[in-house]
Design a protein around this ligand. Structure first.
Ligand code: MN
Ligand code: MN
Length: 296
């Protein structure tokens, strides 16, 4: 990787962190989830970044994957445990980071700390030549040390330019036969912690979509939307909210694209034991001597 590329990874990481910290201050009792999300996304755009994926808000038993739609009326409440996950890209170089806030109470502060400490431990261990299974082991040990469970089927992931989930995955549990980190790898590490079953799943629509394929469809407006989605998002996830600036009545075209298999939605991932979930995430770069935290 050349020094120009490294600078862009760093720039994206920095903006992702600033947007996350800004967003954290907005998450308050009675605040509208749609307003908070739009404020964070406008913050990124005003600073000449782009969204690598729709800003995710996952509240209480939701582990991951939800963003408000244009019509969302949800507000935050005191006691909510909120995972805020923000992704920024600059020319395709992505910074992905997340934190957890509990609004106006501290019933789950230890669980929040557990995810943060598990992330710190993972970053301490990560360096070239390290098997990701070793990281998973350390993450699991840290979380269990707090008396909680890691979520086994949510993992960290390699990141490449315009590719949010590339190749390597970083488990939060002990695992054999994983890949080995090497210098130049960019990876997001994101331990999820719960007092529930330790697994997530579900089918509900998260309002987060991705383009599966580009193909010939008969509807002209839907075709136009499909091409715009391809041009603007480069295969990265997108929100229903974003489409209304492209086309009037974008909802109708979106429905057509879903029906014809061009676009799919990501499901909301609920904790399967109805546990509370916390998360911490950084994007890091593996260097010749160790790591650099890009979203610091
Ligand atoms: Mn993330
Ligand atoms: Mn991630």
């Amino acid at each position: 990787m050349n020094s120009e590329e490294i600078l862009k990874w760093k720039e994206a990481g920095k903006l992702a962190r600033n947007a996350l910290n800004f967003g954290k201050t907005l998450i308050q009792n009675r605040a509208s989830m749609l307003d908070v999300t739009e404020s964070i996304e406008n913050f990124v755009i005003e600073k000449n970044g782009e969204l690598a994926f729709p800003t995710n808000l996952a509240v209480n038993n939701v582990g991951a994957h939800w963003t408000p739609s244009t019509k969302s009326k949800e507000i935050f409440h005191t006691g909510d445990v909120v995972k805020l996950d923000v992704g920024v890209h600059i020319e395709g170089y992505i910074g992905d980071n997340a934190l957890t806030v509990e609004i106006g109470s501290d019933k789950y502060s230890k669980m929040i700390e557990a995810s943060r400490e598990a992330l710190n431990t993972a970053i301490e261990i990560a360096s070239p030549g390290v098997n990701v299974g070793i990281i998973g082991q350390a993450v699991q040990d840290t979380i269990e040390g707090y008396g909680y469970r890691p979520i086994a089927n949510l993992t960290g992931h390699g990141i490449k330019r315009y590719n949010l989930h590339s190749g390597v995955s970083i488990p939060s549990i002990r695992e054999r036969g994983g890949s080995v980190l090497k210098s130049g790898d960019v990876v997001a590490i994101e331990p999820f912690v719960t007092d529930g079953a330790g697994r997530v799943g579900g089918k509900r629509n998260s309002n987060i979509y991705h383009l599966r394929q580009v193909r010939k469809i008969r509807d002209e407006k839907a075709t136009k939307l499909m091409m715009e989605i391809q041009d603007r998002y480069h295969g990265l996830p997108f929100a229903e909210r974003w489409l209304h600036s492209i086309q009037d009545d974008a909802t109708k075209s979106l429905q057509k694209l879903i029906r014809s298999g061009v676009v799919s939605y990501y499901p909301i991932l609920d904790e399967l034991g109805k546990g509370i979930v916390t998360q911490s995430e950084h994007t890091i770069m593996i260097t010749s001597s160790g790591v650099e935290v890009l979203t610091a």
